[in-house]
Design a protein around this ligand. Structure first.
Ligand code: SAM
Length: 925
């Protein structure tokens, strides 16, 4: 169960009449316990309570009690020896009127009316094994509001299916935005009287719900009518108290769909929440899911957390503002200058969704401004930061709508916080009329005109966010002449996941600049637009992106174009998991990259330490692979750049499957021992090597062809290969005259090192193999034939894995190996004979350790959960020996490994590395 489902279940429980005996079971069920678990508790088998309640081991001790005895009962639960023995995390007592609970590890308690206990659902989430509890319990209100609005949304669509069609979707979205505003306004005194909107709907609409839509429509009309126009507009007396809000939010169609009784009660229910607790940073991201069919199941659980957004905004500009604040101390003039600077800053998110980056940026800037005002003794002073300086582009209508609402709410909350309610209220209404969040395709819109570069006034797509594009309205930036910071997390979308129109967006941007643009992720479009924008405006842009644009084959495609524009990487955060709470999505691996024309020095490179903390490293340059160091782009190389043996692609059959044999197909040939030894070989690709699968092939030397053709089933197979090749492509036809053989016939006379072409990213080492004479390697792997074993020590090292992961990139979640891009480019210092001997011993030890666990497969041995200790130790020693050759000690982390590798690579490819001189003499012994 996800948190929203749990919230819904416990809300349902709190609404039912209290049943003392049933409550503990129903409570546990609401937290996702299975029917069988509940059955065992009921039967007493797993119920360890010594007080007549329900005690689930390792979880909770619950006791329903008589009226008025809740506190005493909780004390008894706490003192109960069974509670301690069963290591309960929580105790809970209730009489159906009051409710008390304690988290025994933190000592935190909850005491509330029974009907309100669902407000504290975040407190109990560890019961459901949900570990990101802090994040959720801090946002418990937003989850509850989303869940309830979702119920209302679904119910309204049930009764008004036409409101779900493309034509009316916009009106539906508009309705939800207006309702959210009203719920917020009625709880924050923007409307006179707490709960005024919900109360008015409750009072003025019939209980059978028949006129609910009319009452709501009247209220909306009221909020769209200035006081002086109300008589003429025939606003009824009961609606008179509602303020004029503004044209944009309440203008346009005033239609409201019909409400069923259930929908009406849901509406009153949502209104009953305490909307002062809405958190616009994340609420918007959550709420937008209700308007998306595919996302509704998750109800916004993929929202982006504030700490992750700050990973972008802090280095982009907030750290600098805070540093300047620190520097200013109490110096009134410096503080004033900083305030003026802040007031001019524009923040632009060209894929803003419901505006979370903009909201956080706004709130953080308000915090800094308020500190300035406090130090200057002007705490009451109105903010000079214009909301309209926080611009966005968003493709979808509803999030764009919510983005502006979220900013409006954020502004009010900041005013309340920093200036007090009286002043906040004084200036809040009417809301500004203009739109500053553009609904459109960011890759097609002209960012310069949207951001008013050149001072010609901003051309906006619509003057009413709620309408489809109308007249071009103009809205100038307040406080001209400031800095612009571009930020966001645009859609990533790998090349195969892009729709035709998205491919067309990229074509438009890249076709005339680079070749191979089709392999780029969609997010690359934002980078190139940002680069062009930065060139013209000296802005700084930072996006969250899939890390694939900084790895493997996309690097040589995208980054030379960005660097050619003049932009460089100013700061970056190396790969980390962008986790969220959506159950179907374990999170993607992302990086953050900030670019600008005049990058500030030093460059800042953030990464996660082994313990999960963010560490910052300052450096002179950051390259396109997000390593500290000069700008290098690793290109394919046809031969190794330093000491090591040649690695080739395995043998390609081009055979329609007729040269390859399963064990049963091999046996069906009924060959004699001599025939078998002559014509059958074991063949290994990635899957065979890693999972220990058995596969064979026909391997026929030219001189043995007549004999092979004399064996009827082999002759049939050879003929079938011939047919396949004759009707195949050029390569196939070229080798059609040798249907008894693979395209090439390579194998090791003494031994072969096999390297899979793909391997799971979860493995800590690349799982290469060392195979006996005669083994054939298929084209699903790479091979080094008859080479010294120390080559294997290189391949099996952490250093090599880090290099491969970075320069070869990944295929979904697998490392993708390449001889030309990964092996040939791998920079290795000159190896002495002693080094080679040491590395040979390391490789032997790895093989011996594997041998101890025979017949475990490579997949078993390299499962990170169960890697045998002796094998891990052998790899550790291998790493130790190799890394000492590089720097005389172990590297501290992968960041350091990469930096060294890039440094060496740059030197070697420039011809400075000691080894580059001897590179032509790639080791043969
Ligand atoms: C990954 S979301 C990020 C939104 C928001 N920052 C968040 O964390 O929820 C990307 C957003 O870009 C929007 N989007 C997708 N393609 C777009 C385009 N071509 N132009 C503008 N926005 C687009 C999507 O609708 C989505 O809201």
């Amino acid at each position: 169960m996800n948190p929203v489902e749990i919230e819904q279940a416990i809300t349902g429980l709190a609404e039912q009449p209290f049943d003392a005996a049933e409550f503990p079971y129903a409570f546990l069920e609401a937290f996702g316990n299975k029917a069988t678990t509940i059955k065992r508790l009921r039967a007493g088998a797993s119920n360890k309570s010594d007080l007549g309640g329900v005690l689930q081991t390792g979880n909770i001790h619950i006791l329903s009690c008589d009226a008025g005895r809740v506190t005493r009962t909780l004390a008894a639960l706490k003192a109960s020896p069974a509670t301690a023995k069963a290591k309960a995390k929580f105790i809970l007592a209730t009489d159906g009127v009051h409710f008390e609970a304690e988290d025994l590890s933190s000592g935190e308690t909850v005491a509330c009316a029974f009907k309100d206990f669902p407000d504290h659902f975040g407190f109990f989430l560890p019961l459901a094994g949900i570990s990101t509890v802090r994040q959720i319990s801090e946002n418990a209100f937003d989850i509850r509001a989303t869940s309830r609005l979702n119920r209302l949304y679904v119910e309204l669509l049930k009764d008004n299916p036409e409101w779900g069609t493309a034509e009316r979707r916009h009106d539906m979205n508009k309705l939800m935005a207006r309702l959210i505003f009203c719920f917020f306004a009625e709880d924050t005194d923007i409307f006179v009287g707490k709960g005024r909107f919900t109360e008015t709907v409750a009072q003025m609409s019939a209980k059978d719900s028949s006129n609910t839509h009319e009452v709501i429509a009247t209220l909306f009309r009221t909020m769209n009518t200035k006081r002086e126009d109300r008589a003429a507009a025939k606003i009824p007396r009961w609606a008179e108290d509602f303020p004029y809000v503004n044209g944009a939010l309440f203008s346009g169609s005033g239609d409201v769909p019909r409400f069923s009784r259930i929908a009406r009660s849901y509406l009153l229910h949502v209104g009953g929440l305490d909307w002062t607790r809405i958190n616009p940073d994340i609420f918007g991201s959550m709420i937008q899911a209700i308007a998306e069919d595919e996302e509704r199941g998750e109800l916004g659980m993929h929202y982006t957390s504030v700490p992750n957004i700050l990973k972008v905004l802090n280095p982009l500009f907030l750290d600098d503002l805070r540093a300047k604040l620190e520097e200013a101390g109490d110096n009134a003039r410096m503080l004033l200058n900083l305030r003026k600077r802040i007031a001019k800053i524009r923040v632009f998110d060209p894929a803003c969704g419901s505006g979370n980056f903009l909201v956080i940026a706004y709130k953080q800037m308000r915090a800094i401004e308020s500190e300035i005002n406090r130090r200057r003794g002007e705490s009451d002073r109105a903010s000079e930061i214009p909301l309209t300086n926080f611009r966005g582009i968003e493709l979808r209508d509803f999030p764009a709508e919510i983005a502006r609402l979220a900013l409006v709410i954020a502004e009010y909350q900041c005013d309340m916080l920093y200036r007090g309610q009286k002043l906040a209220l004084l200036e809040f209404l009417p809301l500004r009329n203009e739109n500053w969040i553009t609904c459109g395709n960011a890759l097609r819109l002209d960012w310069l005109s949207l951001m008013d570069v050149g001072g010609s006034g901003v051309k906006l797509v619509s003057d009413d966010l709620l309408q489809t594009p109308l007249d071009q309205a103009e809205i100038d930036f307040e406080n001209e002449g400031g800095e612009t910071y571009i930020c966001g997390n645009p859609p990533y979308l790998g090349s195969r996941d892009q729709r035709d129109e998205q491919k067309a967006d990229l074509r438009l941007l890249f076709e005339n600049r680079i070749r191979n643009w089709k392999s780029l992720d969609y997010v690359a479009g934002w980078f190139i637009k940002a680069a062009d924008y930065c060139v013209k405006t000296s802005s700084v842009a930072a996006f969250v992106s899939t890390n694939s644009i900084c790895q493997g084959l996309q690097v040589p495609v995208l980054w030379p174009a960005i660097f050619a524009s003049g932009c460089q990487i100013e700061f970056a955060h190396t790969s980390f998991r962008w986790a969220n709470l959506a159950s179907h999505n374990a999170g993607v691996t992302v990086a953050i990259i900030g670019i600008s024309m005049q990058p500030r020095s030093p460059r800042r490179l953030f990464s996660l330490s082994d313990t999960g903390n963010v560490v910052e490293r300052q450096c002179a340059h950051i390259n396109a692979y997000l390593a500290a160091g000069e700008s290098v782009i690793v290109d394919k190389s046809s031969q190794p750049i330093s000491t090591r043996s040649e690695m080739t692609f395995g043998n390609t059959p081009i055979d329609g499957g007729h040269l390859l044999l399963s064990r049963s197909e091999r046996d069906a040939l009924q060959l004699t021992r001599t025939q078998h030894d002559r014509f059958i070989r074991r063949i290994l690709g990635s899957a065979e090597l890693i999972r220990g699968l058995e596969r064979y092939c026909l391997w026929i030397e030219d001189q043995h062809l007549p004999e092979a053709l004399g064996i009827e089933p082999i002759a049939r197979r050879i003929a079938a290969v011939g047919d396949v090749r004759m009707t195949g492509g050029t390569t196939a036809r070229d080798i059609a005259d040798k249907p008894h053989q693979f395209q090439r016939m390579f194998f090791g006379k003494h031994s072969t090192i096999v390297v899979p072409s793909v391997s799971s990213e979860s493995r800590e080492y690349l799982p290469c193999g060392f195979e006996p004479a005669g083994t054939v390697v298929s084209n699903a792997a790479f091979a080094l034939y008859d080479v010294p074993l120390w080559n294997m020590a290189l391949i099996a090292s952490r250093l090599h894995l880090v290099w491969i992961a970075t320069v070869c990139g990944k295929l979904k979640t697998d490392f993708r190996y390449s001889n030309t891009l990964g092996w040939n480019t791998f920079p290795v210092p000159t190896l002495t004979e002693k080094n080679k001997a040491d590395l040979t011993r390391c490789a032997e030890d790895i093989l011996l350790a594997r041998e101890h666990h025979f017949p475990a497969t490579i997949a078993d041995l390299y499962n990170p959960e169960n890697m045998p200790t002796d094998l891990r130790a052998a790899h550790e020693i291998n790493d130790e020996v190799l890394e000492r050759i590089y720097i005389g000690r172990r590297f501290k982390n992968d960041t350091e490994r990469l930096e060294k590798l890039f440094d060496l690579y740059a030197k070697m490819t420039r011809g400075e590395g000691a080894d580059s001189r001897s590179r032509k003499k790639a080791a043969k012994n």
